[in-house]
Design a protein around this ligand. Sequence first.
Ligand code: ZN
Length: 368
Amino acid sequence: MATAPGLQGRLAVYDAPGKPFEIRLFPVRPPRAGEVLVKIRMSTICRSDIHSYLGHRPNPCPGVLGHEIIGTIVELGRGITHDMRGEPLAEGDRITWSEYFIPGPSYFTEVLDLPQKSPGVDKYGHMAATTEPHHHGGFGEYCYVLPQSWILKLPDGLTDEEATPINCGVATMMCVTERAGIGMGDAVVVQGLGLLGLYGAAIARARGARLVIGLDTVASRRALGAKFGVDHALDPSAMDEAQLVKRVRELCRPDGADAVLEVCGYPQVIPAGLQMLRTGGRYVLAGVVNPGSTVSLDANLILRKLVTIRGVHNYHPRNLVEALDFVHGNRGRFPFHELVDGKYPLDEVGRAMKDAEERKVLRAAIVP
Ligand SMILES: [Zn+2]
């Protein structure tokens, strides 16, 4: 199917942080070598989209947001024949792809095995709508999967609701739980039961954790925790920090948690998280994505308790493969489809963003 000459596609664009979204038309051309033109089926709103829209971090304008995207292939550019696992790709196939793409080989990719940190790495939903080929975000009808992205064909059995968060939320938590070294018999604490925390609890369980404790001030999220493998969901606002640390440590006998995962985005929870750890425990930071996430803590605690601290930002392409397999393999065990609990047409992106910002929905989905 060739892309028709003169084809245009709608994009929801905003001109400056916080300004209303407007639907504008941009040209759709045939994909070039290494590109894939996709018709978007669903795009979910990630917390980082909200941070970008509100101007908490720089994002070029006129902006087109959205990086948790799935779609069907309209046309394959020259050289793209298979997905990253060797599955043949054809027009009409439903695919997911990495939230980022890299300019080519680099020291970071070849030597450090950190392609997600390559110089010049760029992300979907992070470029100006005026930048060719215009359609490179989720809040629109079309998206170009650009060269040096990692593509995966989606199995037929997976619903759009299960599949869309795979390339950001799930893959990120694959990386977080990997970096936390979660294994058989571990006691794990998850600070924040938003989408990342709920996936994190479920993945920790699947990796063999014996105990998962979730912390969140929102009652509905604590209630959802049980469905995703959380044994004890505690409300940090119901007690002071010392009481919270004591309660968690009592639950994680004999000496505290093997791993604590920060996915709430509030740096002030870090000192308590460190105190919840056992001697030799692991702490992974994945929520504090904004610059200026300053916190003061007793560094002696890290030294004395032999604590390992790691940061996770984006993920390795292998985590995308694992994320798809995890969701596909555990869809009967955990109700992933319930996490996408609001659907909006493209011209209601503004309302969707507001509902997501106010946490009225866990994951809002744009269905163009
Ligand atoms: Zn995201």
